[in-house]
Design a protein around this ligand. Structure first.
Ligand code: FE
Ligand code: CA
Length: 536
């Protein structure tokens, strides 16, 4: 039985942030096995009027012996409370070695609390490495769909290959999530989601679909964020892909607010009154909490007020080490007032950062410790310093790594000097496909290539894009590191072996009507020991 009197005084003190800590503490308890017969008796009485598993199931953050199983009870995902009463509900779970759930290896009971939106995060331990498992949940008389998941190989194993995909930017209004239909057929070990999982904008008319919630002004409250997440996750194709294999997720800006930088709102550049920054952090706490509730994340990720540590790493044996980054929560304000700007002194200021000190130190240490053949940064914004020339403006994006050019250059130099094996950068954010060779300074075309960047386009944001980008030859001539660029919709599928990395640019021809055809537009390879991408 949960004993609320055991919550430490420090957590129970007054104020909204402390209140959130209490919620977080309650959530930490939610994973404890239940010993109370009272709750179990209550369990028998729970009868749902309609299916509470409308949001499906998911799994994530696997290592060799453990992973997270996720669900959230929501018989009515069109209301902020999901159609649930404000009471705790025991949810039983089981994980099996076979598809028909006959060989159950572990099972237990978790508590879905109203404080965490009746979400369930079970961390299952003691699993065997590198194998498939199947899992499901039960609440009252209702049974969830069966999900499939997989543990990673042991850290010292040398697996032959890894197949995964990475995706980003799924604006619900601007297109359908058809890309996930193709992804579900790709037989992947893993998916990485690099952010813009939801968009915070109000519902607009004359779109492919319409956002729920406000029709004016962006979403702001915990209820708003919960509702928006549930609307997205109710998409059948997204929902089904989560049940296919484990995901590693990280956010970009739109899970909270467009182009935010730590506690600074896009609209508040320059003068930032302290009170507004506090309000913005209260909003950030709501956005982060809703994100935690909806994602298959470990309990160590639980938000504490407006803070949530989401950067982390994962080893796929000795084949690949993934560093999942957070380039929003700790960054400094975009220099030069954001947008496309020249590489001025402001952009080069050594104090500009996308990672923040702690994450940067952790990344450096982790890169040095890695024994993997491929060292992969799974992150949000483009690393390549690309000069863009549009009719009305030109320059480098201050919201991307050129806005923290000193930090970017130091990191590239660090990887070059310390001979980090085969660095690869995976990127989302900008609704376009790019393949870039990365140098310490990308403008020095005769300097050695250090790493390779694959930027994946949006699942749906921007609606149907274009295959042929205007003035591409000019862009390539001005930016010799750029090997490929287009603006179609889709995702990137990667096949990794000890000798070769292959990235397939999968595109969906039409995201505005159901059943758009998917095809591979281009494939690029990187040979181990030879940074830089080759068209294959
Ligand atoms: Fe986006
Ligand atoms: Ca973004």
């Amino acid at each position: 039985m949960l004993d609320l009197t055991k919550i430490p005084d420090a957590v129970r003190s007054e104020g909204s942030v402390s209140r959130r800590l209490v919620l977080a503490y309650g959530a930490a308890l939610a994973g404890l096995p239940l010993v109370s017969s009272r709750l179990t008796a209550a369990d028998r009485k729970i009868v749902f009027e309609s299916n509470p598993f409308t949001l499906g199931v998911a799994s994530g953050d696997p290592d060799a012996n453990s992973l997270v199983l996720w669900t959230k009870l929501a018989p009515d995902p069109t209301t902020a409370q999901g159609g649930m009463n404000p009471e705790m509900v025991p949810v039983s779970w089981e994980i099996a070695e076979d598809e028909s759930m006959n060989k159950v290896v572990f099972s237990g009971i978790a508590v879905a609390t109203p404080q965490l939106g009746h979400s369930v995060h079970v961390e299952v331990q003691g699993l065997k490495p590198a194998r498939w498992y199947w899992y499901r949940f039960r609440a009252g008389d209702a049974v969830s769909p069966i999900g499939r998941t997989r543990t990673l190989p042991e850290p010292n194993a040398e697996p032959d290959s890894l197949r995964f995909a990475f995706a980003s930017c799924q604006n619900y209004e601007q297109g359908l999530f058809t890309a996930y239909d193709q992804m579900a057929k790709d037989n992947l070990d893993l998916v990485f989601h690099l952010g813009d999982y939801i968009y915070e904008y109000p519902g607009k008319e004359n779109q492919v679909r319409k956002h729920s919630g406000p029709t004016e002004g962006k979403i702001k409250t915990l209820d708003d964020y919960r509702l928006r997440h549930m609307q997205y996750r109710s998409d059948e194709l997204l929902n089904a892909m989560h049940a296919q294999c484990p995901w590693f997720v990280t956010w970009d800006d739109h899970e909270f607010d467009n182009n935010y930088a730590n506690d600074i709102q896009e609209e508040q550049r320059g003068f930032k009154p302290r009170t507004e920054r506090v309000d913005f952090l209260v909003q950030r706490a709501a956005a982060y909490q809703a994100y935690y509730e909806m994602m298959p994340l470990r309990k160590q990720t639980l938000p504490e007020g407006p803070d949530m540590t989401i950067y982390r790493k994962a080893s796929f044996g000795r084949l690949a080490e993934f560093f999942v980054l957070d380039t929003r929560q700790y960054r400094t304000d975009q220099p030069n007032g954001d947008g496309l700007k020249p590489m001025s002194e402001e952009a080069w200021k050594p104090s500009n950062t996308l990672l923040g000190k702690q994450q940067r130190g952790w990344l450096d240490r982790s890169l040095l410790e890695s024994t993997a053949t491929w060292n992969v940064l799974a992150q949000q914004v483009m690393f390549a310093m690309v000069e863009i020339n549009l009719r009305d403006r030109s320059g480098f994006s201050m919201d991307q790594w050129p806005g923290a050019a000193f930090e970017r250059m130091a990191l590239m130099r660090f990887m070059a000097d310390r001979k980090v094996p085969n660095p690869v950068v995976l990127t989302g954010d900008i609704h376009a496909n790019w393949v870039n060779d990365l140098r310490v300074d990308d403008r020095q075309a005769d300097s050695p290539i250090v790493a390779t960047e694959f930027v994946g386009t949006s699942i749906s944001s921007g609606g149907n894009g274009t295959k042929e980008v205007k003035n591409l030859d000019q862009l390539k001539a001005a930016n010799p590191g750029v090997k490929f660029h287009n603006q179609e919709r889709g995702y990137v599928r990667c096949e990794v072996t000890a000798d070769r990395w292959t990235s397939d640019y999968v595109v969906v021809e039409d995201v505005k009507t159901a059943g758009g055809a998917a095809l591979t537009r281009a494939s690029f390879t990187v040979e181990s020991g030879r940074p830089g991408a080759q068209l294959s």
